[in-house]
Design a protein around this ligand. Structure first.
Ligand SMILES: Nc1ncnc2c1ncn2[C@@H]1O[C@H](COP(=O)(O)OP(=O)(O)O)[C@@H](O)[C@H]1O
Ligand SMILES: [Mg+2]
Length: 269
């Protein structure tokens, strides 16, 4: 691995991030000691954006892996590929990150099967090593390497959870949707919509978030609010934009759709 590879993964432009508390300081302290970090919180609340911002701020390469249940350990670590000259080893994203000293962000890690997740164990304790068993190589992680995982604890009871033996390798930071004033600013910044419209979108979202556990698995995320706002800036009527970006994506239940539709009408009709 050459220096050029690290360059490829650098975050070139500052990703806009509005700090909610002292999370930037806490992350920097954790990075200083290369503590593995888990970001917990509902979908679309700013976890990925935060990591991108921190990688930019710390001037470290960032390699993001979107985890899913079909992912195998080889997808993370690497595999032999066949080519004209026989077989050739290809590093997976985790191995690349360990070699070049990247921040490796495993997004929605609970989606991965537990036998996949365990490959990160030797990288997340004092060893900081990654055994490539098939290749017969033991990779010592670059001094800059850090591992960050994200997950949504809301899924936990329904589907799966991380093992304690995995969890207890990480420091944790909890994220949630920001307070209304801040969230409005974020929505306005990301979409270009005016402040009053952003505020009303946030009010719709807040009413949906109160329905979490009462017919809704999740309330409307900041991400969806930005989608709605973007549609509005393209000239879509607010009620229709909310229907498309806020209501329809989060529920298939006609009654719940009516309930959310009524909330939209309260603020936009
Ligand atoms: N604190 C924040 N500062 C800036 N943008 C934010 C913030 N929180 C959320 N966002 C916006 O919301 C979008 C969704 O956030 P994201 O980081 O993708 O969510 P998550 O990874 O938690 O699912 C981002 O693309 C960004 O536009
Ligand atoms: Mg994300």
């Amino acid at each position: 691995m050459s220096k050029a590879d690290a360059k490829e993964y650098m975050v070139k432009k500052e990703p806009y991030y509005y700090p909610i508390g002292d999370e930037i300081d806490r992350y920097e302290a954790a990075y200083d000691v290369r503590m593995p970090i888990m970001l917990k919180g509902p979908t679309g609340c700013g976890k990925s954006r935060f990591v991108e911002h921190m990688a930019w701020k710390l001037k470290k390469p960032l390699i993001t892996v979107a985890c899913n249940e079909d992912m195998t350990a080889s997808d993370l670590v690497g595999r032999f590929l066949l080519d004209v000259n026989g077989t050739k080893w290809q590093d997976g994203p985790l191995t690349t990150a360990a070699r070049i000293g990247a921040i490796c962000y495993l997004d929605e890690v609970v989606e991965a099967r537990q036998d996949t997740t365990v490959v990160i164990h030797p990288l997340t304790d004092h060893r900081r090593q990654l055994p490539l068993e098939k290749k017969g190589e033991l990779v010592d992680a670059h001094p800059d390497f850090q591992i960050v995982i994200s997950y949504n604890p809301g899924y936990q009871s329904m589907m799966k959870d991380l093992k304690q033996s995995t969890k207890q390798r990480f420091g944790a930071m909890s994220f949630d949707y920001p307070e209304a004033e801040v969230e409005s600013q974020i929505v306005a910044h990301e979409s270009g919509v005016d402040a009053a419209t952003a505020e009303r979108l946030v009010q719709v979202a807040q009413s949906s978030r109160n329905l979490k556990g009462h017919g809704l698995d999740e309330g409307m995320s900041t991400r969806l609010l930005i989608y709605a706002a973007q549609l509005i800036t393209k000239g879509i009527a607010p009620v229709a934009a909310c229907q498309m970006a806020l209501v329809e994506p989060i529920t298939d239940d006609p009654d719940m759709r009516d309930t959310l539709g009524a909330a939209v009408n309260t603020f936009f009709a």
